[in-house]
Write a protein that binds this ligand. Structure first.
Ligand code: UDP
Length: 369
């Protein structure tokens, strides 16, 4: 019997690629369609070499409760037709929560990759998803010792928790293009190594509040007077910018479609600075050795701070932090390049596969509870 890997968004595709590769024909990939845009999903599947998944339908673009309930109903039918030995979910998306609930409903052993992250920010739907998945998972793959401590503090038995590292480390290492390919990407974008800022913005706290969105874009536009700012624009951010009448603030920026993962890594590797509200980018900069300004109220990834990343609000604080970091330039980057990533050694996917093998040998959910 197969191992079902349930995913639905860009970061899950990135972080589960190596695990799916290691599982080989045993992996049954189920894609909920939470991200349904070609740039956030379709192209990623083929670029990353993920085998053709089973697709659920009618999920993406709907309110959270409907995404979760529709995915849960369809996953239950998939698991009934072909009962998997175990279900793997990653992170904190609606897709991951649906996969976890569907496994739980059929008493199928559930493995949570990237367990134990906590922002303690109850305004974030992701925080609720994480807590709920961790309560019902049979095997919790904590990325860091801090993540394990978060789980222990919530009373989750130590026997269910393994510190595996974060699978993003091997994703970055295996997908980072060669130096020649990276410089070709820089040339295509019209930027020079160490002489531009790479920015991403997509979290509701920055996009759904027009004041915050205006503040972020104003700061990026102001930075662009000093050095090029590349902004791959997430579809929902583009819609919010247009809705709020802020498209004019994009004029000074190098705006692109969302980039393929390898292109994004190439640009991240040579950026003088990154500015982002992404979760995954907070991890990736620690592997690439690049500085990051995180535009968010809170983070579930404090391990990247203070060396690699700094947390700021969307207004003047952003510009000030960015200029401070840019001023220390080459020296700062040399120091970061010498530091190990706090997110692991690049063997996390391998460890998760070993746990899956052990789990299958033990059999039922009750046996691992
Ligand atoms: N990413 C990408 N192309 C882009 C922007 C981001 O490949 O144009 C990657 C990025 O490197 C990271 C992932 O997408 O691996 C993060 O996805 P996102 O920010 O949507 O989600 P989060 O990590 O915040 O959950």
């Amino acid at each position: 019997r197969s191992i079902a890997v349930v995913l639905g968004t860009r970061p899950e595709l990135v972080k589960l690629t190596e695990l799916i590769r290691l599982l080989g024909p045993a992996a049954h990939v189920v894609h909920t369609g939470q991200h349904y845009d070609e740039e956030l999903s379709g192209r990623f599947l083929s670029d990353l070499g993920i085998p053709e998944p089973t697709y659920l339908t009618g999920i993406g673009g709907r309110p959270r409760a409907l995404q979760i309930s529709a995915a849960l109903a369809q996953l239950d039918a998939v698991f009934a037709a072909e009962p998997p030995r175990a279900v793997v979910v990653q992170g904190d998306t609606n897709a991951a929560l649906s996969g976890a609930l569907a496994a739980n409903a059929r008493a199928i052993p559930l493995v949570h990759v990237e367990a134990g992250l906590r922002s303690h920010d109850r305004n974030m739907p992701e925080e609720h998803n994480r807590v709920l998945i961790d309560r019902i998972a049979d095997v919790l793959c904590a990325a860091t010792p801090e993540n394990r401590d978060n789980l222990l503090a919530e009373g989750i038995p130590a026997g269910r928790i393994e510190v595996t590292g974060n699978t993003v480390v091997e994703a970055v290492r295996s997908q980072l293009p060669t130096s020649a390919q990276r410089f070709a990407e820089l040339e295509r974008m019209g930027v020079a190594s160490d002489a531009y800022v790479l920015a991403t913005v997509h979290r509701p706290e920055n996009t759904d509040d027009p004041l915050a969105l205006r503040a972020v874009l104003t700061e990026l536009a102001s930075l662009a007077a000093e050095l090029p700012v590349v902004l791959p624009l997430h579809p929902r951010t583009r819609a919010c910018i247009e809705g709020a009448g802020l498209a004019g603030l994009l004029d000074p920026l190098l705006v692109t479609q969302p980039l393929g993962y390898r292109t994004f890594l190439a640009l991240a590797q040579h950026a003088a600075l990154l500015v982002s509200d992404s979760g995954g980018v907070q991890e990736e900069v620690t592997v690439l050795g690049r500085p990051l300004v995180v535009v968010r109220n809170s983070t579930e990834r404090p391990e990247a701070m203070p060396d690699f990343a700094e947390l700021v609000g969307p207004g003047r604080e952003l510009g000030e932090a960015a200029r401070r970091r840019l001023a220390s330039g080459a020296e700062d980057r040399a120091r970061l390049a010498s530091l190990p990533s706090p997110f692991g050694d690049g063997l996390a996917s391998r460890r998760v596969v070993e746990l899956l093998v052990g789990l299958a040998a033990r059999g039922s959910c009750a046996a691992v509870a």
